[in-house]
Ligand binder design. Structure first.
Ligand code: C5P
Length: 248
């Protein structure tokens, strides 16, 4: 079968193996509750809600895969999507790679979605999938910035830091997930691009380094990443508003 006639199958990989230390002490971030339901369950539902997604691979903490499987079995998820759990690695990049390795051979495109973005609306997921299916090898949802950004010479915490440059804000975007990829392209990026230290925090960045074009589509303010304690307050407020409007 040629590439043009091969049917599309889109899977989602959710790296959820991080500890989320910036959120404060407690359970791994993905297992923290939002509106009484673990963040990870929200994230899986957000992917499975898209009709295009027929498989979700959850990358669990290496010592917590059984616990995550139990959690998924306890919460209702759309029947349409199969959900697999695999153990993750020491960095996000290793966790994503573990998820990619679990994908069956008929998957043609993949979404990589952070468990830490539990509230991404289905329309954002669908628009990423659509752009990939229309032929873009890598697609990133993103928003313009509200703040002006300064590049600095990093100093010690709390000390003044010299400003190096002020990039033109109109040309900057804050990127979100799910990021969408032609699977072969992302596998090539993971095989060929070595990232030092903590590893890549952004899969599209690895594809850029292959010299493959990456495009941005509009993101959504509700796709924010739950990183710090205040983000939990915002996430609870978004959920309460959704419940009040009966959207969920
Ligand atoms: O820490 P940060 O918020 O940047 O993590 C982004 C996502 O990557 C989270 O969903 C986290 O669970 C995941 N991650 C992972 N494996 C790691 C580190 C982070 O799956 N070793």
């Amino acid at each position: 079968m040629s590439d043009e006639t091969r049917p599309h199958r889109t899977a989602a990989v959710i790296p959820a193996a991080g500890r989320g230390v910036r959120l404060g002490p407690g359970a791994p971030k993905a297992l923290r509750a939002l509106g009484g339901t673990p963040m990870l369950i929200h994230a899986v539902r957000a992917m499975a809600r898209s009709r295009a997604v027929s498989l979700v691979v959850v990358v669990a903490p290496a010592d917590g895969a059984a616990e995550v499987r139990l959690l998924l079995d306890e919460h209702p998820l759309p029947d349409r999507a199969e959900v697999l759990v695999v153990p993750g690695g020491d960095t996000r990049q290793e966790s994503v790679r573990a998820g990619l390795q679990a994908l069956p051979a008929d998957v043609t495109s993949v979404l990589i979605h952070d468990a830490a973005r539990p509230l991404v609306p289905v329309d954002t997921v669908d628009s990423v999938v659509e752009a990939v299916r229309d032929g873009a090898p890598a697609v990133v949802p993103a928003l313009p910035l509200a703040d002006t950004v300064k590049e600095v010479e990093p100093g010690r915490p709390g000390e003044p830091e010299p400003v190096v440059a002020t990039p033109d804000r109109a040309r900057l975007r804050a990127v979100q997930t799910p990021q969408g990829f032609d699977l072969a392209t992302l596998l090539r990026a993971h095989a060929e691009i070595a990232v030092d230290g903590e590893g890549a925090t952004d899969d599209a960045g690895m594809v850029e380094r292959l010299g493959v074009p990456v495009v941005v589509v509009p993101g959504h303010e509700e796709a924010f990443k739950v990183t710090r304690p205040l983000d939990l307050v915002l996430a609870e407020a978004v959920l309460a508003r959704r419940r009040a409007t009966d959207a969920y």
